[in-house]
Design a protein around this ligand. Structure first.
Ligand code: ADP
Ligand code: SF4
Length: 682
């Protein structure tokens, strides 16, 4: 197929300093959890995006000096010559497909806790980062940089730039964003200095300018120099001479870098979840850039629609379409647009499971793309599977895991039959009807769209299968993807589970998904701590009930801090007037009065309520598994195997399909290259 001419502007080359990108698809630096300890995993992950058509592919933040150490969060390093080889693997993988490779030189300043190197954190004026999440907190406070520290910081950037060029990077970033050191100089809240680096906006901008100059001088103009800068706070601050401090900062820097990469300051707005934030949400913050500078500008906004992308270019908001999450969900997004296959794009659903991986300190996971991070370890390609399948497969259950298994097995060449007792979608049928979660249904829509194109797949919705039906089908392989169910069990103190509660009008998400309707007022008791509890509370409120949300944790949907949703969830509850109580367990309910206890002190309280929704434990397994235990090739997958987020279900479905009748599934272990010290010691 041919590219739609409407999208031609996305494929025009662009000069970035001394380099030229072949198109406008720019994978901006984003966390992958892949440090120098996993160089082959990282190279394969980034290289896949170059293979999929991204014109520029950047690696994540690279610390320039041991005084910027993000542990236990994963961060890459460019500390000395021993780090070069690991990065060269990535740049080779990117160059192999005609893309440019970029690197984000990073110093965290007061936001880097230096837990491993134990060096005092650096800061303009000794002001710490106001972390609200326990793992980000530290009792070590930063020290105030003196003139020699500033010289050192500039030198570290210059030296790291030389190493980055030796590693093969084409675009070297200075990073003045997201609370990190150069950003702290820009903001008057952090910067109380009275020297040439503090006071006026001009002075506060000086460090960023010095770093850009240092990187350019170090590589003598052979590489492009980019500036990544957060604009959210600066845009909200008045300036004496410009429309805002953001305008003034960019005015001072307008000719300094070869490229501006503009973003928000706070992760929940920068990497904003789809539950609350639409595509292109940064625009009102960064839309002024092209009025102040002639340099190319790249920005993100979870862009998956080529029409939105073209509009960003045509309206002069951006010159390059930045992608982090869309490139994880579909490394082949540019090629699909180029080939006129827009309907094949595996669109990011905005769930932010990817960013939760970084917060968890592990390699990136993606709900939509189960192969992300598995390119090298398991040899999984997002678009290609070996054509090695023969025989028939019956899949029972068409939720995320069943759909993914069906698609992957069909691509392998099996004759696939997919059944579901209801319409396809499984848990998504209910969950994506809850407020804000509509975009998550892309998990089902993408897979059903692809399955309908294949002629070796038979789809049977609304077909409940019994064990006898399954036997009679006589498939060579049978996969049970029948999901899990939520239980009415409670949660005790001391992290212990408690027995189920029996009383009138107790509901679980499984009951609500089946159409049960609570009577108000309702309490939602949540110790699952992910998205569902609060989404149900919002939904019941929107349906006219008085709702109170109660959780064992210290905040609503506590785990969603990791997905950037938590602050926005609290805002949504507040907007609706949904009251919430934290650190509580339910100890009893008689249909009219709900008894609670403070989880740490045991202090009792009660609340008058007609219905209780318990969002707590889930149980997998399937009675079909016992009844069919003698079948020769029977497999349980997805939530039926081990309940989890949608991402877990998709990954399990993919793995089941990859490994079915495959005697030698690939599983490799990556390792760091030897450092200069270990080589010398050996
Ligand atoms: P997962 O997240 O693992 O994909 P889901 O709960 O989303 O699990 O989906 C499981 C699907 O299995 C549901 O759509 C359900 O209707 C279907 N299902 C369960 N039992 C049967 C059965 N006996 N026959 C057909 N479909 C079934
Ligand atoms: Fe998008 Fe979710 Fe994948 Fe992240 S995990 S890239 S938000 S689909």
């Amino acid at each position: 197929m041919r590219r739609n001419p409407r999208y031609d502007p996305l494929f025009e080359p662009l000069q970035i300093g001394p380099k030229v990108t072949k198109n406008r698809f720019f994978q901006v630096p984003h966390a992958s959890g892949m440090t120098n300890a996993a160089p082959r995993v990282r190279a394969a992950f980034r290289g896949m995006k170059a293979e999929g058509g991204w014109g520029v592919v950047c690696t994540g933040a690279c610390s320039v000096d041991p005084s910027s150490d993000d542990s236990p969060f994963p961060n890459a390093t460019l500390w000395d010559a021993a780090d070069i080889k690991a990065h060269a693997l990535m740049t080779d993988a990117v160059h192999a497909h005609g893309a440019l490779a970029g690197v984000e030189l990073w110093h965290g300043g007061a936001a880097a806790m230096n837990r491993t190197t134990r060096l005092p954190a650096l800061s303009p004026s000794g002001v710490p980062w106001m972390a609200t999440h326990v793992p980000f907190m530290s009792q070590a406070r930063p020290r105030i940089m003196d003139a020699s520290d500033i010289k050192d910081l500039i030198r570290w950037h210059a030296e790291a730039a030389i190493r980055a060029e030796q590693a093969g990077f084409d675009i070297l970033y200075v990073y003045s964003g997201m609370g990190y050191l150069p950003y702290q100089f820009l903001l008057s809240d952090y910067n109380h200095r009275t020297d040439a680096y503090g006071g006026s906006v001009r002075n506060r901008t000086r460090l960023t300018e010095n770093l850009i100059d240092a990187v350019r001088t170090a590589t003598q103009g052979r590489t492009a120099v980019a500036l990544r800068i957060s604009m959210q706070e600066l845009r909200n601050r008045p300036s004496d001479s410009h429309a805002s401090e953001a305008h003034e900062v960019i005015h001072h820097l307008r000719d300094a870098p070869d490229l501006f990469d503009v973003k928000m300051d706070y992760s929940a707005y920068d990497c904003a979840p789809s539950r609350f934030t639409p595509e292109g949400s940064h625009e009102t913050t960064i839309d002024f850039m092209k009025t102040v500078t002639d340099k190319p500008v790249v920005g993100v906004g979870r862009f998956t629609s080529p029409d939105t992308m073209v509009s960003m270019l045509k309206r002069g908001v951006l010159d390059l379409i930045g992608g982090a999450r869309p490139s994880i969900a579909d490394p082949y997004l540019p090629n699909k647009i180029d080939e006129g296959r827009e309907e094949d794009i595996r669109e990011c659903i905005g769930c932010n499971i990817c960013i939760s991986s970084w917060h968890d300190g592990v390699w990136v996971r993606c709900t939509q793309n189960p192969t992300a991070g598995e390119e090298w370890r398991r040899g999984w390609h997002p678009e290609r599977t070996p054509k090695d399948g023969s025989g028939t497969v019956l899949i029972v259950g068409g939720g995320p895991s069943g759909l993914e298994a069906a698609l992957t097995l069909a691509r392998r060449g099996f004759q696939v039959t997919l059944t579901d007792k209801a319409e396809f979608g499984g848990r998504l049928r209910y969950e994506t009807a809850l407020p804000g979660l509509r975009a998550w249904n892309r998990v089902a829509e993408y897979r059903l769209g692809q399955l309908r194109k294949l002629n070796n797949v038979a789809l049977y919705p609304n077909s409940e299968l019994t064990a006898q039906n399954i036997r009679d089908f006589e498939a060579d392989h049978t996969i049970l993807a029948t999901g899990s169910r939520w239980l009415p069990n409670l949660c005790g103190a001391n992290e212990l589970p408690a027995a189920p509660l029996t009383a009138p009008r107790i509901f679980t998400p499984t009951d609500l998904a089946s159409g049960a309707t609570p009577e108000g007022p309702v309490v939602v008791f949540d110790f699952d701590n992910y998205a569902l509890g609060t989404a149900i509370a919002e939904d019941l409120h929107d349906k006219g009930h008085a709702v109170t949300y109660i959780t064992t944790a210290g905040a609503a949907s506590a785990w969603t801090f990791l997905t950037n949703e938590q602050p926005l969830i609290h805002q949504a509850l507040a907007r609706r007037g949904i009251g919430y109580r934290t650190l509580q367990i339910v100890t009893g309910f008689d249909g009219d009065t709900l008894h609670l206890a403070q989880i740490m002190t045991g202090e009792p309280s009660s609340i008058r309520v007609r219905s209780l929704v318990i969002v707590g434990q889930r149980l997998g397994g399937s009675p079909l598994q016992q009844e069919l235990a003698d079948l020769p090739s029977l497999h349980l997958t997805g939530d039926a195997n081990a309940p989890g987020a949608i991402a877990h279900a998709v990954w399990q479905g993919h793995r089941t399909a990859r490994d079915l009748a495959n005697p030698n599934p690939v599983l490799r272990r990556d390792a760091a290259f030897a450092t200069a010290d270990t080589v010398a010691a050996e």
